[in-house]
Write a protein that binds this ligand. Structure first.
Ligand SMILES: Nc1ncnc2c1ncn2[C@@H]1O[C@H](COP(=O)(O)OP(=O)(O)OP(=O)(O)O)[C@@H](O)[C@H]1O
Ligand SMILES: [Mg+2]
Length: 381
C-alpha cells in the first residue's frame, strides 16, 4: 500500500531531521522543505493531504503558506508548529482553517495525536466526498431513467395516435373500394363515381398526413421576422371569409391597431391560426348546433405582460370535459374520418417555438374560445 504523504516545513534543519525520522517511523512518506516558497513548489508536485509547518519562517511565513495551500486545495489538513509565545499567531492560523497546532519543543505523543486527528478528518472528508458523489450519480441515473421512460411514453402515445389516424383513413379507403367494387359488379356508374371520389379524397388525406408529419418531425427552423402580429390574422380573415359565408357563418375580425411589432414566424402563425379557425368552422357546422346562429370571431389584443393575444371564438358545438382534457394530445380527434388530430398538435408546437401559450375555454353546446399569447421577444434567428 502506498504510504501517506506528509509535507514537513521548517527553516531549522535539526527540527526537519528529527521530525522527519519520527514521522517516517510512524509510517509516513516525508517531504521536507526549508521555507514557504520551497514548500509550495513541493506541495504542487506531491499534493500531500497533510502539511506540518512552522509558523515563523523567513520569507513566506507559515500563515501565508497556510493560506496559499488552502487556496489551492481547501481539503488539505495543515498543522501549525508554534514556539512559546506565538499564541496570537496560532489563533490567527485557526482562523485560516489550520487543523491544529502543536508547540515546540515537540512532544512525540502530542504530535502523534495531532496527526491521528488530522488523518481521521482526511478519511471523513474522503468518505463524505464518496457518499456525495455516489448520491449524485444515483440521482443522475434515476433522472435519466425517468426522462427516458417519459420519452418512451410520449413516443408510444404518438405512435398509438398515428396508427389510429391511419386506421381511420384506411377504413375510409376500404369503404370507397367497397363502393367501387359494387359499382363494377352492378355496372352502376353512380356507385363507381361515388367510390372513386372517396378513394381520391382519402389518398389525398393520407398524403397530407405524411407531409404534415414530416414537417412536424423535421424541426423546420422558424423564419422569424420583425412584423405586425396583425398580419397573419388579416390574411386568415381574407382567406376564410368567402368559405365561411358559403357555410352561413358570420366571420368577424377585430384587431388592435396599436400592437407592437414582434419577432414572429408569419408562415407558422398563419398555419396555427388557420388550424384554429378551421376547427371553429367545423364546430359551427356540427349537426348538434344547426339551429343556432353561427359566429366566429377572430381578435387580436394586448393583454398585460404579453405582446399579443389572438382569440378565435366560435358559437359551435363546444366541448365536454373529456374532450377538453384530451384536446392537446397528439393525434386526438373526435371527427372520425374527417379528422387526423394533427391540427392542434402542430399549432401547439408552433406556439411553443414562439415562447407563447395556448389556452381554451369551452362549454358544450355554447361555444369555444382559443387564446394564443405571444411574448415580446428579442431578435430571434
Ligand atoms: N373550436 C372547437 N370546437 C369544438 N371542438 C374542437 C374545437 N377545436 C378543436 N376541437 C376538438 O379537438 C379535436 C382535435 O382538434 P385538431 O385540430 O387537433 O384535430 P382535428 O380537427 O380533429 O383534425 P385535423 O385538424 O387534423 O383535421 C377535434 O377533433 C375536436 O374534437
Ligand atoms: Mg383541426
Amino acid at each position: 500500500m502506498e504510504k501517506n504523504k506528509i509535507l514537513l516545513v521548517d527553516d531549522e534543519e535539526d527540527i526537519r531531521d528529527i521530525l522527519g525520522i519520527v514521522l517516517t517511523d510512524m509510517g509516513y512518506q516525508i517531504f521536507s522543505a526549508k521555507d514557504g516558497q520551497d514548500a509550495l513548489e513541493m506541495f504542487d508536485r506531491e499534493l500531500p493531504p497533510l502539511v506540518l509547518t512552522d509558523i515563523k519562517m523567513p520569507g513566506l511565513d507559515g500563515i501565508e503558506l497556510l493560506r496559499e495551500i488552502k487556496r489551492r486545495a481547501p481539503d488539505t489538513e495543515v498543522i501549525m508548529i508554534t514556539g512559546h509565545g506565538d499564541m496570537e499567531l496560532a489563533v490567527k492560523s485557526l482562523k485560516y482553517e489550520a487543523t491544529d497546532f502543536i508547540t515546540k519543543p515537540i512532544n512525540d505523543d502530542i504530535l502523534e495525536i495531532a496527526i491521528r486527528r488530522a488523518n481521521e478528518r482526511i478519511l471523513m472528508k474522503k468518505q463524505l466526498k464518496m457518499y456525495t458523489e455516489n448520491l449524485e450519480r444515483l440521482v443522475e441515473e434515476k433522472t435519466r431513467k425517468l426522462l427516458e421512460a417519459e420519452r418512451l411514453a410520449a413516443v408510444g402515445q404518438t405512435a398509438a395516435g398515428l396508427s389510429h389516424a391511419i386506421k381511420n383513413i384506411t377504413g375510409a379507403l376500404a369503404g370507397g373500394v367497397f363502393v367501387l367494387d359494387k359499382g363494377f359488379e352492378l355496372g352502376n356508374k353512380q356507385y363507381i363515381r361515388k367510390g372513386w371520389k372517396i378513394v381520391k379524397k382519402n389518398v389525398k388525406k393520407i398524403n397530407n398526413v405524411a407531409v404534415e408529419l414530416l414537417n412536424f418531425a423535421s424541426e423546420r427552423t422558424p423564419n422569424y421576422q420583425h412584423c405586425d402580429p396583425n398580419g397573419p390574422a388579416r390574411e386568415i380573415y381574407e382567406l376564410i371569409k368567402p368559405q365561411a359565408r358559403e357555410y352561413g357563418i358570420t366571420f368577424n375580425l377585430s384587431v388592435d391597431e396599436n400592437l407592437p411589432y414582434i419577432w414572429l414566424d408569419p408562415e407558422g402563425m398563419h398555419r396555427a391560426l388557420l388550424n384554429l379557425v378551421t376547427n371553429a368552422m367545423y364546430a359551427c357546422m356540427d349537426i348538434r348546433c344547426t339551429l343556432k346562429e353561427k359566429d366566429i370571431h377572430l381578435r387580436t389584443l394586448r393583454p398585460k405582460g404579453w405582446a399579443v393575444e389572438y382569440q378565435v371564438e366560435d358559437t359551435g358545438c363546444g366541448m365536454d370535459e373529456d374532450v377538453k382534457n384530451k384536446l392537446f394530445r397528439n393525434f386526438f380527434s373526435t371527427k372520425g374520418y374527417d379528422g387526423t388530430g394533427l391540427g392542434l398538435m402542430i399549432t401547439k408546437k408552433i406556439i411553443a417555438e414562439h415562447g407563447g401559450t395556448i389556452d381554451v375555454r369551452s362549454e358544450k353546446g355554447v361555444g369555444t374560445m382559443f387564446s394564443v399569447r405571444l411574448p415580446q421577444t428579442r431578435r430571434m434567428e
